[in-house]
Design a protein around this ligand. Structure first.
Ligand code: SAM
Ligand code: SF4
Ligand code: FES
Length: 330
């Protein structure tokens, strides 16, 4: 457990990185064990009403080829993923208003018939919507705070409100979801202090999952000329998060692997215990371009599951066969 000033010192000083990564790896092993949870990710719509400055799916990006996967096809992907052995599915999309409360609850109910844990990541919705999704069977919800620096938050998110983001996280907690959040590392003007605040925020809200990703500039966004985030700094924020929240679920993120060809394995050895392979086919993968050079866009679901499973086993870890709820509450 570190204080804010210790966190800032560790973030600034690269001479202790190996010590930090080994410490986070040990805390991960002691608290959540050696098994890695695989979550099957279905990116079901790249249509978004928001205009987050960093994201390729932002509504103002007219160059992107938009798609929406409708119910039957979505259920087909879900079913095949469950057959492949996935115990959790993650439904992620832009903030696409086509998916009304009724449409989404119907999809949730159908997916829950496959005996699988279900995570949603569809952005900001009302308390009533989150309640309806929970009652339909959704177990978990991912919504990153992105940054706890209010000023930076408002610069990055035109027409969005930091307070509403916090409200969403609180509503989800009240409703009994396992709540996942996280931040982007390397946003323009972001400071070490604000990253330390991000880590303390994850603890304060009692996050069950935290996903940390380096910012990667997309050529068709206002941030196209900014520097990309640092892989090592993102890894350090993730490792520090593990030291502060020993028993939560932490994914080795796709954005980390985009910046480093072995990024997910390095993350799994520095505090992470989850990987989220994509379970849709390449026609959709390449269109869900939140940032450029995303990994696995030409692969299929079988190939990714085999690929990541053998990498995980090659470092002496196992693939979990349970639902992977947080705090090991199976
Ligand atoms: N629309 C939902 C939301 O924003 O919560 C879910 C989908 S959104 C594409 C998922 C995550 O992608 C965001 O939380 C954000 O952190 C990440 N992301 C978007 N653009 C990115 C970029 N250029 N580099 C790295 N991560 C990015
Ligand atoms: Fe939309 Fe999410 Fe991208 Fe923001 S980060 S533009 S809400 S898809
Ligand atoms: Fe997709 Fe390796 S995880 S090819």
């Amino acid at each position: 457990m570190f204080t804010k000033s210790e966190i800032i010192e560790i973030l600034k000083d690269d001479s202790k990185n190996e010590w930090l990564f080994a410490l986070a790896d040990k805390i991960r092993r002691d608290n959540v064990g050696d098994s890695v949870h695989l979550r099957g990710l279905i990116e079901f719509s790249n249509i978004c009403r928001c205009s987050c400055k960093y994201c390729g799916l932002r509504s103002s990006n007219k160059k992107i080829n938009r798609y929406r996967i409708l119910k039957d096809e979505l259920l087909h992907y879900a079913k095949s993923a469950v057959k492949m052995g996935y115990k959790t599915l993650v439904l992620q999309s832009g903030e696409d208003v086509y998916y009304t409360t009724d449409k989404l609850t119907e999809i949730i109910r159908e997916i829950k018939k496959f005996d699988v844990a279900l995570t949603l990541s569809v952005g900001e919705r009302s308390f009533e919507d989150y309640k309806a999704f929970k009652e339909a069977g959704a177990d978990r919800y991912l919504i990153r705070i992105e940054t706890t620096d209010r000023n930076l938050y408002s610069k990055m998110h035109p027409n969005m409100s930091f307070d509403n983001r916090i409200k969403c996280l609180k509503d989800l907690k009240v409703l009994g979801y396992e709540v996942g959040t996280g931040c982007l590392v390397g946003l323009p003007e972001q400071t070490y202090e604000s990253l330390a605040d991000d880590i303390l925020f994850f603890k304060e809200i009692g996050a069950d999952m935290v996903g940390i990703g380096p910012f990667i500039p997309h050529p068709d966004t206002p941030l196209k000329d900014e520097n990309k985030g640092s892989f090592i700094l993102a890894l350090k924020v993730m490792a520090l998060t593990r030291t502060m929240l020993p028993d939560i679920n932490i994914p080795a993120t796709t954005a980390m692997e985009t910046l480093n060809p072995n990024g997910r394995i390095i993350a799994l050895q520095s505090g992470a215990n989850v990987v989220m392979p994509n379970v849709t086919t390449s026609e959709y993968r390449e269109k869900y371009e939140i940032y450029p050079n995303k990994i696995c866009i030409h692969e299929n679901p079988d190939k990714c599951r085999d690929c990541i499973s053998s990498k995980i086993q090659s470092i002496g870890r196992t693939i979990s066969t349970n639902y992977g709820f947080s705090h090991n509450k199976e």
